[in-house]
Design a binder for this molecule. Structure first.
Ligand code: IMP
Ligand code: MG
Length: 173
């Protein structure tokens, strides 16, 4: 598949700056502590790689996989595989996702991780489509609030393609 005609919604430069700001905030909020950085695979892999490299705390990284999108539309049903390799009992968890949309995915993953007895769980998302929320959920760290448009690139997919674009794009009308 060829990359669809698109326009850049958030440039590489803006992403880089914002990710650095978020990491600074996290470094200061968790000062003196250790962090379990859990990302939701696969969409958050690029964001997490960039964020993690700016974090100056003892950090362990693991992932859970969640799938709700089929093609370009959310199926509404979320499948979660939360088989962690690291133990998060009594640990500080920072859950990282690419985008907070209806909130169903993040909410389900939080409920699942809570069963593993962490000290606390905070959430960090690169993008937030606030207008689409179906469950009341606010992320603790948000990169950018965006309008209700389908976006891809920087880890997010367009029907599984385009995750490798270094910026966040949306379709050109
Ligand atoms: P939610 O459960 O509706 O909050 O959906 C969150 C998940 O849907 C994210 O982890 C993304 O993988 C995916 N998603 C939501 N909006 C978009 C989009 O605009 N582009 C690509 N993936 C999206
Ligand atoms: Mg995702």
């Amino acid at each position: 598949m060829k990359t669809p005609r698109h326009k850049t919604l958030i440039t590489e430069k803006r992403i880089r700056r914002r990710v650095a700001d978020l990491a600074e905030q996290i470094n200061s909020d968790y000062k003196g502590r250790e962090l379990a950085l859990i990302f939701i695979s696969r969409g958050a892999f690029v964001f997490t790689a960039d964020l993690a490299r700016k974090i100056r705390l003892p950090v362990r990284i693991d992932c859970v996989s969640a799938n709700s999108y089929r093609g370009l539309k959310s199926s509404g049903k979320v499948e979660i595989d939360a088989n962690l390799k690291i133990d998060i009992k009594r640990k500080h968890v920072l859950l990282v996702d690419d985008i907070l949309d209806s909130g169903i995915t993040l909410n389900k993953v939080i409920r699942r991780l809570e069963k593993l007895g962490p000290a606390d769980i905070r959430t960090c998302v690169l993008l937030d489509k606030t207008s689409k929320r179906k469950v009341p959920l606010k992320a603790d760290y948000v990169g950018f609030e965006i309008p209700d448009v389908f976006v891809y690139g920087y880890g997010l997919d367009y029907d599984e393609y385009c995750r490798n674009l270094p910026y966040v794009a949306c379709l050109k009308k």
